[in-house]
Design a protein around this ligand. Sequence first.
Ligand code: THU
Length: 149
Amino acid sequence: MSDTRDALIAAARDAATRAYAPYSGFHVGAALLLKNGDVVTGANVENASYGLTLCAETAAIAKIANEGWIGELTEVAIIGGRPEGDALLGTDPVNPCGRCRQVLNEAAERSKTDILVHCASGDGKTVASYRLSDLLPAAFGPKDLGLID
Ligand code: THU
């Protein structure tokens, strides 16, 4: 339990209100904490061609990469569920999908940080926190291409 964690989850929850998810009805928000304390968020963006959907984490990473901040990541929060009024329903923490783990790893390696990933249930009552290296052990990344030490 930490203030940082709770603030990140609140930012992710706010981002989830801007999800474009008319097909699944499952709204996901992600919040990225940068080394300078800034928080950048993203939400899932679905598509009528379902397989083209962008996850919240990937949308958020694209935002920091486009700003030149891919090497500034320290911590992440993810929340998801089904909206009902102002609430987000769901009792199970939302874990990042496999593709998002790989996308997060790119920023984590560039940031030289084994980032913390907080996974929250929609109702906010359950949070599971992991190191990315536990979610994606033996990752392939820029270090394998000799781009970083
Ligand atoms: N989703 C995310 O945004 N992040 C994840 O890590 C898992 C899944 C989204 C994709 C889709 O819009 C909805 O959740 C249901 O799969």
